[in-house]
Design a protein around this ligand. Structure first.
Ligand code: GTP
Ligand code: NA
Ligand code: MG
Length: 302
């Protein structure tokens, strides 16, 4: 459209892989913190989001996902807002069920994969075996004439991290990522939680446009007027631009990961839209219960 501003934007990278293969540890190493050590039982139970500034100056937005079988829907949703999937495979364990599941989510969402073979510091590490396994699962690895980059890393020893960053920046460059920055925002919830003092909080990533404080939004079947926007280190911001994860405050109810965010021009319209969606969600829910009652096998949601 006329006067549209389209600018380069950071890549959104989602880290996926089998449980305990080191996704959170790898992200910790990339941003020099220690979230994995602080997690209850060392298990990622939510879809974390944060921005890492690369030594080159480029910023990359990372999403962390849980590897546990129970979190399949969350991984599917992660793939939907993602530009690149980092598939983490432990060099000692090799390809496992959630490795394959992550691969199929990425394929279904048409998202390119960069493989990080992790735990290469372990005596039992066998990165070559991992590569053979991945190739036999149909992943076209670069060193075998395909286009999927493979990097050998150790989150624990912090080795190979520069190579991984290089691979991601190269992949991002190939994709020439751009977004419209003006006009109404189109955004997605990647995580939501209830805070005692601040009420429902949604971590969101804008796909296009700009989300601003004071705007009225419909989020899934919830709505609200945005009271505060914070970046991932808690700094207040007036606006959210494409690919930068933010936390928004001011919703009347708790949305779900994967919900879309649309800006509307009045509270009346927001109420109407959210009521309509609530009805639809309730219908879907009842249909699902009925299907389960009739014991129709569940088709995994994408
Ligand atoms: P979930 O979120 O539960 O799916 O796990 P995850 O993939 O995020 O793995 P996490 O980072 O929690 O690491 C699992 C275990 O592997 C922890 O005990 C880590 O210390 C260990 N680990 C992670 N990376 C490495 C590595 O490079 N080398 C070695 N030796 N251990 C590692
Ligand atoms: Na873990
Ligand atoms: Mg984790």
């Amino acid at each position: 459209a006329e006067g549209e501003k389209v600018l380069p934007r950071p890549a959104v990278v989602t880290v996926m892989g089998h449980v305990d293969h080191g996704k959170t540890s790898l992200l910790d190493a990339l941003r020099q913190t220690s979230v994995a050590a602080r997690e209850a039982g060392g298990i990622t139970q939510h879809l974390g989001a944060f921005v890492v500034s690369m030594p080159s100056g480029a910023a990359i937005t990372f999403l962390d996902t849980p590897g546990h079988a129970a979190f399949s829907a969350m991984r599917a949703r992660g793939a939907a807002v993602t530009d690149i999937v980092v598939l983490v495979v432990a060099a000692d364990d090799g390809v496992m069920p959630q490795t394959l599941e992550a691969m199929s989510h990425a394929k279904a969402a048409n998202v390119p994969i960069v493989v990080a073979v992790n735990k290469c510091d372990k005596p039992a590490a066998d990165p070559e075996r991992v590569k053979v396994q991945l190739a036999s699962e149909g992943l076209p690895l670069e060193e075998m004439g395909g286009d999927v980059q493979v990097v050998e890393v150790s989150a624990m020893k912090k080795t190979g991290l520069d190579k991984l960053e290089e691979a991601l920046l190269l992949q991002a460059e190939l994709m020439d990522l751009k977004a419209r920055t003006d006009g109404p925002a189109q955004a997605y919830v990647v995580e939501a939680r209830l805070d005692r003092g601040r009420g429902p909080l949604a971590t969101a990533i804008v796909k296009a446009g700009t989300l601003s404080c004071g705007q009225i939004v419909v989020v899934g079947s919830e709505w609200g007027r945005i009271r505060a926007i914070r970046d991932m280190v808690g700094q207040l911001a007036a606006q959210a631009t494409p690919a930068m994860p933010v936390e928004i405050e001011g919703l009347k109810g708790l949305p779900m990961a994967g919900d879309d965010i649309v800006v509307v021009d009045s509270e009346e319209r927001a109420r109407m839209l959210s009521a309509g969606r609530k009805k639809k969600y309730e219908k879907d829910r009842l249909r699902k219960i009925e299907e389960e009652r009739l014991d129709i096998p569940d088709v995994e949601e994408e």
